[in-house]
Design a binder for this molecule. Sequence first.
Ligand code: FES
Length: 105
Amino acid sequence: MAFVRVCGLTELEDGTPKRVELDGIPVSVVRTEGEVFAINDICSHANVSLSEGEVEDCSIECWLHGSSFDLRTGKPNGLPATRPVPVYPVQIQGDDVLVSVTQES
Ligand code: FES
């Protein structure tokens, strides 16, 4: 499992998702509740960027139809989305945030 540096920890504003691309996969990196999460940036309902949505209670909301996804599991908390979004393991090394997209967590 290859972890790749995506940004510095200090670049992440609490509750403000940052979109990055890893191996061509769009990933939303989110710092909230004292942790950092990485979730696939595309909503499982339609082709909408989750990083443009709001973060609340350890979930990220899709702005288009309002489904929110648990940042720990990727599972939708409500309709209309029914399928989970992949989430990825994160490592923090000093000020570096590393994500691995080769294995879903
Ligand atoms: S596109 Fe995300 S909930 Fe519909």
